[in-house]
Design a protein around this ligand. Structure first.
Ligand SMILES: Cc1cc2nc3c(=O)[nH]c(=O)nc-3n(C[C@H](O)[C@H](O)[C@H](O)COP(=O)(O)OP(=O)(O)OC[C@H]3O[C@@H](n4cnc5c(N)ncnc54)[C@H](O)[C@@H]3O)c2cc1C
Length: 373
């Protein structure tokens, strides 16, 4: 018979949850019981995680491809970035999921239930009750990682919606990773392409929209196909599709409970002004496992530094106010700061002085107009 009581229950088995699994195993935490409840029946290669990090790092065993140079373009201007000993790394989610599932299978104290949906949770004095579509459980503590766009504040949140195809190529003419290619505006949406040459005959081509409302897959497809046609790639074989919507904003205030925690996107792991979250999730998972070992309790994400929150709010409000400035704002920002500072900004590691340098690198007129409002 299956157990119904666990020390720790994790709702959702995605990036945050499985990153914690890697750290539980690394820290040899074997005296506490964990249950992960995941609604998917099986995992698919649904996303790729990219991030800037040193060349030899903790994720080497998962990295499929790294680029030492990356670029951005607007109109006919291109800006190239490279930083000594740093690369833009690519992890295929399926490899990450497979590795985590293998470790869970070997583990005696970590269980995962696939194909089970969490319906409801009730916080009791010393336990949390979790009701699913199959049964119910009790946990001493619960970590909720179910993404929920309604958890984000309505004011000041933008949506980053994207659709991409991994395409087979006969000849790959793309060499450098294009992070924001052909930044443009169309009907109050900020649009750019994300182009990753994965191998000699494989490319990931994505079209991204920043907008006040999220965009459907069909909506983005029209623009993506237009761009693929332009590159003469519209008849190439599609081997994988990646669609996603990332809210760019801040989580609303919610009541705190000593036995209910939030992790991953819903825990505030995604950088508000960029949508990047993978490295921040890794940092949290590392610290959370240490806390579990020492204090036998989950850990929330570290609060965003005030200056970073201020800078991100400023950035988002500027875009929300007048999306038409986005291509110029982003391109000037990228061109005017050092590639090293750019990486720190994307990873959310900038100190006060660096934040001021970032702000000063943006078009002055636009900022003054905003600050005077
Ligand atoms: C397509 C895509 C690409 C991204 N690429 C990057 C990138 O390149 N770099 C980067 O830094 N960040 C990236 N991000 C942002 C961020 O890193 C990811 O969203 C990351 O997966 C967030 O982890 P998470 O655990 O919070 O959510 P998820 O990984 O989405 O995991 C949540 C899990 O909860 C499950 N779930 C939901 N509801 C229930 C329920 N009721 N019951 C049980 N289970 C449930 C879901 O099935 C899912 O498996 C990307 C996001 C997306 C969507």
């Amino acid at each position: 018979m299956k157990k119904s009581e666990y020390d720790f229950i994790i709702l959702g088995g995605g990036c945050a949850s499985l990153s914690l699994v890697f750290n539980l195993i690394n820290n040899k935490i074997e005296d506490l019981s964990f249950l992960i409840i995941e609604k998917r029946e099986f995992y698919t290669d649904d996303r790729s995680w990219c991030f800037w990090e040193r060349n030899c790092n903790n994720y080497d065993h998962l990295i499929e491809k790294s680029w030492e140079k990356w670029k951005f373009s607007r109109n006919n201007n291109t800006s190239y970035h490279e930083v000594h000993n740093y690369s833009y790394h690519y992890i295929r989610s399926m490899n990450f999921y497979r590795k985590a599932l293998k470790l869970i299978k070997k583990s005696k104290n970590i269980n995962i239930n696939l194909g089970e949906t969490v319906l409801e949770t009730t916080i009791k004095k010393h336990k949390v009750y979790v009701k699913t579509d199959k049964t119910s459980y009790f946990g001493k503590e619960v970590l909720d990682t179910r993404p929920n766009k309604d958890a984000f504040s309505n004011k000041g949140t933008l949506f980053q919606s994207f659709l991409g195809y991994e395409l087979k190529l006969n000849n790959n003419n793309f060499e450098v990773a294009s992070i924001m290619d052909d930044m443009r505006i169309n009907k109050k949406n900020f649009i750019f392409d994300y182009i990753l040459p994965l191998s000699k005959n494989l490319i990931l081509f994505e079209t991204t929209f920043f907008s006040k409302r999220l965009k459907s897959k069909d909506f983005i497809k029209k623009e993506l196909m237009r761009k693929l046609k332009k590159y003469d790639l519209d008849n190439n074989k599609i081997v994988r599709e990646e669609y996603g919507v990332i809210p760019m904003g801040f989580i609303k205030k919610r009541n705190k409970h000593k036995n209910y925690f939030y992790g991953g996107q819903i825990g505030g792991a995604i950088r508000a002004s960029s949508g990047y979250g993978f490295l921040r999730i890794q940092d949290w998972a590392f610290k959370c496992a240490i806390n579990l070992k020492k204090n036998k309790s989950f850990l929330s994400h570290t609060k965003e530094k005030r200056i970073i929150k201020y800078m991100d709010k400023l950035f988002l409000n500027l875009l929300i106010d007048d999306m038409s400035i986005s291509p110029k704002l982003f391109f000037n920002f990228i061109k005017n700061i050092s590639p090293k500072l750019f990486i720190k900004f994307m990873n959310g590691n900038t100190n006060y002085l660096e934040c001021i340098r970032v702000i000063l690198s943006m078009p002055k007129r636009v900022f003054i107009k905003y600050l005077l409002k």
